[in-house]
Design a protein around this ligand. Sequence first.
Ligand code: PFF
Length: 449
Amino acid sequence: MQKTLKSHGTWIGKWTFVLAATGSAVGLGNIWGFPYKAGTEGGAAFVLIYLLCIVVIGVPIMISEILIGRRSGNSPINAMKKSAVDSGASSWWQLVGWTGIIAGVFILSFYSVIAGICLNYIFISASPNELLSASEQFGQVTSSPENLIFWHTIFMVLTLLIVSAGIEDGIGRMVKILMPLLGFLLIFMVIYGMINGAFLKALSFLFTPDFSNVGTDTFLSAMGQAFFSMSLGMGSIMAYGAYMPKEQEIVSTSFSVGSLDTLVAILAGLAIFPIIFAFNLEPGSGPGLVFVSLLSAFNQMEFGQLIGPIFFILLSIAALSSSISILEPGVAYLAEEGFLSRKQSAITISALCWVIGIGTATGFNIFSAVDSSGETINPFLNLVEMISVQYLQPFGGMMIAIFVGWFMSESLIKNEIKTINPLLYKLWRFFIKFVAPLSVVSIFISQLT
Ligand code: PFF
């Protein structure tokens, strides 16, 4: 007999899930990660492979995660276990939930440090420093471990407070106003880039692919970015699915979230690269790209001291609506098992992430390194990002696809998906059974060889 687990509640209204899932998906991955990776990985070829990953792997896995979560109403560990047992498969499938939580701890550790820099930039962009260029200012911000740890702590505490407040009052309420606001500001930045930046050059950089430099690394990085950006393979979307009202359509909702997420990433590229090219900055300059390019734009534009802080406030909020979803699967598990209260669970897991995050904060300064091409890098950030984003997330996603494609009972699936065009259903089954797992495996294998 399965034991009774504590319930977490349900989102109120149809839009809360869409907003919460979009809030989870849209974050630093879109506005900070996507442009800088497109920059370092060679532009349009990366963008194209990324889009392919979203369609072929991302959306099909998102549908699978939501349906597993909603069916059970529990945290990913127990949701996987229940679905497996009810389908006559091994309860070991719950391990997928566990790898997700490990990935989440690593991700949140560095996510919080970067989001902390966004918080710091709210103040920096409000009072431009006449003596330092934007890139010198980024250098100044990241050269102080105390400063990075201070903002990392603030961001982690904010995340923990919202998650402690629970589903409806905390997360649900947060996302409703702030996500649309972020959209408006991003569009404003794109228009600014169109008028004042090198917009055509940016368009050609983002949309004219040159495959001559594409290697297996590019595929691995684009796939990792797709999983990261859509919050897949580690239980966030599954955990949110558990709070989705029963009458909501899973398939169309997944398409909406996937499209919004992609749109924001592209808009971020269109906001940032025109400025980069207009000021002859280096598109492949790495994690500092957004901070340097946008700050130099804000420093020069009229009302920049007002628009700058608003932009970084919204970016911080986008990061916050993602970080809460990274924390949620682990917290939901500890709380529903009755090991700890929701608040205690949130404190415990955040504390762990905070400690690991010190590695990323000091990797920018005390423990920074120089790579073979002479660039200064953050070795700790690169390592945790590689483990969690490039390996654990795709691995988790692949296991979810294999489970839903080959092990989960089809009657349970159909019960959850309800109305769907039969052709679309067949297509989804094909993608989830063959295309998604084989793509992940082949990218892994090509990387190893
Ligand atoms: N999707 C978020 C972003 O693009 O910033 C990051 C993220 C959230 C990753 C939730 C993973 C996750 F589970």
